[in-house]
Design a protein around this ligand. Sequence first.
Ligand code: ZN
Ligand code: FE
Length: 256
Amino acid sequence: MASLDIHLFPCLSDNYGVLIHDAENNVTASIDAPEASAVKKALAEKGWTLTHILTTHYHADHTDGNMELKGETGCIIVGPKNEADRVPGIDVQVGDGDSYEFGAFTAKVFDTPGHTAGHITYWFPQANVAFAGDTLFTLGCGRLFEGTAETMWTSLSKIKALPPETVIYSGHEYTQSNAGFALTVEPGNAALQARAKEISDMRSRGEPTVPTTLVRELETNPFLRPDSPEIQTNLGMEGRELWEVFGEVRRRKDNA
Ligand code: ZN
Ligand code: FE
């Protein structure tokens, strides 16, 4: 069984770049391309040659490196069908239900709109990992720039339905502020209290809080927990639709 090597590195002010590598098949993908220079440095450190870019959404902090990297390596750029016209250099358009073969691995693609209208998530079931871009963050979720709360809740529900042990990579290090906000909506969640402390310790040591696992997010991420009685009570929204409760959590974070 081939193994998928994964290398995470910080770039820009608070983005993460990620390289994935299948040594047996000699393929390397950059998950998004926030900054060409940082991606090239990471490739050189690992001794890997770029063959693909897997784009989650068109925002500049996820695609600014596309053309430079493609020009230098001839890599194939895969990206979201529903916003393909906004992804520089896109070669292969993928959307909900599509599979993309990467070396020995299959990426299953989900449409996860809300942050942008065409945002996609890549799930590699054989490697037990998903790349969620700016849809789900550690203890947070993306801002609703191009979708309603109902749209984003549907997207997050697809991620929620993945196997709980799935390892989830996201595009940014926002976790410290997310943890502070999460405690304001669900202060009685003991797992969240413990995790907030752990996150403070990790950040003070300069450690990334990405990746996370789905099971930890299910236990502590308020954006995945609109069914929590404590959250519903704190928001005065007992018994309301889950997407409505989610939407109120998102609104409060926007105004926090
Ligand atoms: Zn974004
Ligand atoms: Fe971003």
